[in-house]
Each structure stands twice: as C-alpha cells, then as structure tokens.
Design a protein around this ligand. Structure first.
Ligand code: LLP
Length: 418
C-alpha cells in the first residue's frame, strides 16, 4: 500500500482532493543532505545551489535554508518568493538570459549576492544601474562551453547557437565584458558559470565541461591577466523516472566532479578557490508524487484508456518532452497486472497523455493513480489550460502532512478578471 511520508496515498487524496502534488519531505531532506555531505573537499570552498525553477515555493526555500544551500532564481517571481520566505538574498544566484531592468533593480535592492550575467547587453544594463550607487554584487559570467550533453533537444543548453551565455568562440566579447564589469565600482567578477543540459546520465559530460572551464579560466589569467576564482558547473544531474533510467548516484557524481576539479586546478596552478553546482531536478524529482482520481475507462480498438482528473496542465513534461513516468494504483500494488493502460489527462488536446502504456491491475473508476518522480518541473511548469485550477501541494513527513500550497478555487481563476 503506497505510503508517502508515512501516510497512505489514498488518505492524502481523500483529505486534500485530487489532482494533488505530494512530497515526501524526508526524501527532500535526504537528498539535500546527500549533496551537502558529498559536495565538499579541503581544496575548495564548495556550495550547492538549489535551482529553484524545478520547484519554487516558500516551504521549499525554507528547507533549502535549513540545509544551508544557496539558491538559484531566474525571475522576479522566484526572487520575490525567496524574499517572502525570509531567505538571505546574499546567497541568491540570479540567472536568466533576459533579466529585465526591473528585475535587475529588484535584485540590487534586495541584496542579491550574485548575478550570473548572460550576455553583453545585460552587463551594460547592470553597470548602468549600479554606477553611482552603494550596491555591491558578485558576478559570474555564463559561458557556453559548446558541450552537447545527450538529452532531449529542448533542454540542451550549450550547443553553439544557444540563447544562453557567451560563446567560448567569442573570446573578445568575453574579455571586453569582464574588463568593463571589473572596472565598475560595486561589481566583482568572481567566476565563470556553465550549465550543459538537464537529465544527464553520462558523467563524462561533466568531466569535459570541467576541463573546458578550467582551460578557459587559465587562459583568461595567463593571456589576458584576468583573475577569476570561482567556477559554477550548473546542474543537470539525472533523476530516476522509470527502470530504464540509471542516474549517477550523488556521492559518485560529486566525487567525479571534485576530483576532476582538483586535477585541473593542480595543472592550472591552483588559482580556483570555489566550486559550485546547481542541482534542481535531482533534489526534488524523486520525492514528488502526483495523485489523480481515475474517472472513465474507455476501450478503443488498440488502446485501453484510464482517464485522470488532471493532465498536461499540472504536468506538461510527457507532452512537451515525451517524458516517461512510472505509476501505481494506490492500494492495488500487490495485484497482478491486468492490462496495458494508456493514462490520459482531461485536457482538450490529443497529446495530453500522461503515460503512453503501463501495465496495471484492473483499473476502476474512483481509483487513485499515483505517478512517481513528479517533483521537478511539474508544478513549476503547470498552467491553467482549460481553466483547470492548480492542484494543492502537500509535504508529508513521519506520518504528518501539511499543505504548503493550497488548491486554487474557481474564484482564484477569475480573480484578476475585470
Ligand atoms: N542551472 C541552470 C543555469 C539551469 O538553467 C538549470 C536548468 C539548472 C541549473 C538545473 O538543472 P537540473 O539540475 O534541474 O537539471 N523543464 C525541463 C528542464 C529545464 C532545465 C532548465 N535549466 C524539464 O522538465 O525537463
């Protein structure tokens, strides 16, 4: 009988209704601790930056704070949530390829510690805004190292025409930008950043990334006399969605990253002092479950459908990335498979299929389907398509549950309409 945080999934569905997002809080905590414990070494200052785009809400940010992680935000909205959660903004890293002038101002006013500058025009805007003020900010320059990690093409970010970052092929622009930033009172260019994709299974991709980043940092120092002391390697660590996935265990990927950094730093003369990583998915994905109530069952010549009371509005990943998920019928885990079902959502779109084919015991109307590993980029990418209210989000831990985001009502849906 599926329990999440010591509570029967069926009971959570009964109490809060469906669709419902549930997090096993101890699994969130376990993963945070695992990253914190393993991503450390004597040679470097290390920090784990949680990429909050994967799941950003006040309760999550408070957990991040509790485990003394830094926070990656990519918008005024994510930053606002951090401020309202009482998070220390000096530990915030502000990302994004098109931060608006208002967002940059908001970052400076709230004392954001680090801005990851994504392009030359953004650098100019930051310089314009900080000049003549007392604000102070660290900068990492986002570099596109031209590494293609083998993952879905929508989530690859480092190919040569990427919208993100400064291409390594355009050295002149990078040098000019760093010099300009460093000459500005209040700005310190601390380091270089790269993020090579998401749901990466191959640790060799990180090794290549590290080599490129260290080689470039060395070149900046030796050829151009520019000193940086930090390297931020981004996120991208895979999660386990189905049995086909073989994510690299956290201790192993941390060890590979740190030992490669040590080697490269030795070769370079030891001038890099700080190494950062930015996991998002790998922290929250596996702790999350989406619970749905099954409505109608429908047989077609080639398929047996079970319809869920949510769908692409609360989890767009299957439709957008052909992402695969595993699921169980809560309370029927021990029953033998009866047939291969197609789990379809309720949105008016043929592509709204949550699971193309899954062997399940006989599914009946009213059953609770629990989709696993939905904790990353599910709620955070949710939409109001078909005017479906956003689900509630619950944290469950040691037999107790607490609602961290309430379910939207129909009134919420029209609350801004004139
Ligand atoms: N750092 C930067 C600069 C990023 O752009 C991202 C993700 C991360 C860190 C965290 O990556 P993670 O560890 O979560 O893989 N919506 C897509 C994923 C988009 C990832 C965007 N950037 C999905 O649902 O698969």
């Amino acid at each position: 009988m599926l329990e999440i945080g010591g509570i029967k999934a069926i009971d959570l569905a009964k109490k809060y209704g469906t669709p419902l997002c549930v997090y096993d809080e101890n699994r969130l905590r376990g993963r945070l601790k695992e990253f914190k414990d393993n991503f450390r070494c004597d040679e470097f200052d290390t920090d784990v930056i949680y990429a909050s785009k994967a799941f950003n809400c006040k309760a999550m940010i408070r957990l991040i704070d509790e485990y003394d992680c830094c926070l990656d935000v990519v918008s005024g909205g994510e930053l606002y949530t951090a401020v309202k959660a009482g998070y220390d903004c000096s530990k915030v890293f502000f990302h994004g390829n098109n931060k608006t002038p208002a967002e940059i101002q908001m970052a400076l006013q709230n004392g954001v510690g680090t801005i990851v500058v994504d392009n030359a025009m953004e650098a100019d805007e930051l310089i314009r805004q900080i000049s003549g003020t007392d604000y102070k900010v660290n900068v990492y320059l986002r570099i596109n190292p031209g590494i293609e990690a083998h993952t879905h093409k929508y989530i690859v970010t480092a190919h040569v025409d990427s919208k993100f970052g400064f291409s390594l092929l355009d050295e002149e622009e990078i040098i000019e930008t760093v010099q300009k930033l460093n000459q500005t009172e209040g700005i310190t260019v601390e380091g270089l950043h790269a993020h090579i994709g998401s749901q990466i299974f191959d640790q060799q991709a990180f090794v290549e990334e590290i080599r490129k980043m260290f080689a470039f940092a060395s070149k900046l120092k030796e050829v151009y006399g520019i000193d940086v002391c930090g390297i931020n390697l981004g996120g991208g660590f895979a999660a386990l969605y189905t049995d086909e996935d073989k994510p690299i265990p956290v201790p192993q990927v941390c060890e590979t990253i740190l030992s490669t950094c040590r080697e490269e730093n030795e070769k370079a003369g030891g001038f890099i002092k700080r190494i950062l990583i930015e996991p998002g998915r790998s922290i929250v994905a596996e702790a999350g479950y989406n619970l749905y109530t099954i409505g109608y069952i429908k047989k077609t010549p080639n398929k047996l459908y079970a319809f869920a009371d949510g769908g692409m509005a609360d989890n767009i990943r299957p439709a957008l990335y052909q992402a695969k998920y595993d699921a169980v019928i809560a309370g029927k885990e021990d029953q033998p498979a009866y047939a291969d079902y197609t789990i379809a959502g309720k949105c008016c779109e043929s592509g709204d299929i949550l699971i193309q084919s899954i062997a399940l015991p006989e599914v009946k109307t009213g059953d609770i389907l629990a989709m696993k590993t939905t904790g990353a980029y599910g709620y955070s990418m949710a939409s109001h398509y078909n005017k479906l209210p956003l689900p509630a989000v619950v944290f469950a831990k040691d037999g107790e549950d607490r609602e961290v985001i309430a379910r939207e009502s129909y009134d919420h849906l029209i609350s801004l309409e004139k």
